[in-house]
Design a protein around this ligand. Sequence first.
Ligand SMILES: C[S@@+](CC[C@H](N)C(=O)[O-])C[C@H]1O[C@@H](n2cnc3c(N)ncnc32)[C@H](O)[C@@H]1O
Length: 266
Amino acid sequence: MNKKEQQIQSFWNDQAKKFKGSDLATAPDTYYRQLEIQRIAEYLKDGTKILDVGCGNGFSTIKFAERFPRAAFVGLDYSKDLVHFARKNLALQKPNVRKRVEFIEGDVLALRKVARLRNEKFDYIVSERCLINLLNWEQQRQALLSLKKYLKKNGRIILTENTQEGLSRLNILRQSLNLPEIKVRWHNYYMPQEKLIRFAKENFIVEEVKNIGSLYYIISRVVYAKLAALKDQEPKYLHPINQIASQLPSLGDYSPNYIFLLKNKS
Ligand SMILES: C[S@@+](CC[C@H](N)C(=O)[O-])C[C@H]1O[C@@H](n2cnc3c(N)ncnc32)[C@H](O)[C@@H]1O
């Protein structure tokens, strides 16, 4: 790992130390995460084997396990501290969840070194904002090719990630109301959407490309953000308007956050 990669990994270990088992360790926007979990779950099926890469402290993985009582889950993360809290969170669950979920340490860029995954194949691989923590498109591409090797025939990657183009479209809306541009945080590299789609079409069957955050972000990051700015206030993630927005369907193409549903070709 180079210096920046080590800094990003330390960032996630520090998030674990700060937030422990809380959902806030890996997503500050509680209502949006609820929407994201709901959208991902729409593609999962019960009785299947599911790998959650970049599972953090297991908050989403455990929600999926509760929702699908016959599915088996492996959550993988390269932050040893987040995996520690994922296991602690799991220990608090009912036996039917505990027995079907396991959390392991591993780097999505070095999956061959993860002994537990040897000879494993999954029906679904979920990446919920994991690959945006890699340094560049080349690493993201490598990660996708490597994840593909762990898919069963007809298995699917539910790639839930942020794109550069999606963020630009949101920022155009914000600009029209004189709201400042939302910048990508130092530890993230948003996926280049055009390159991703071209690559995905070559290597997978692209079943769906959906901007899952669009309507939520229009309400939360444009309308509510403007109302807060007019009152000289900072917007709050837990504002009821965000809760209402999270219950609406995904309409439009104005957020960074997408689901790309990629089916294994072979
Ligand atoms: C934004 S968080 C999302 C966590 C979880 N999927 C969720 O939705 O709460 C990104 C996660 O990816 C993990 N991660 C980042 N780079 C990784 C890598 N190269 N290999 C494995 N995990 C990684 C981080 O440690 C962190 O837990």
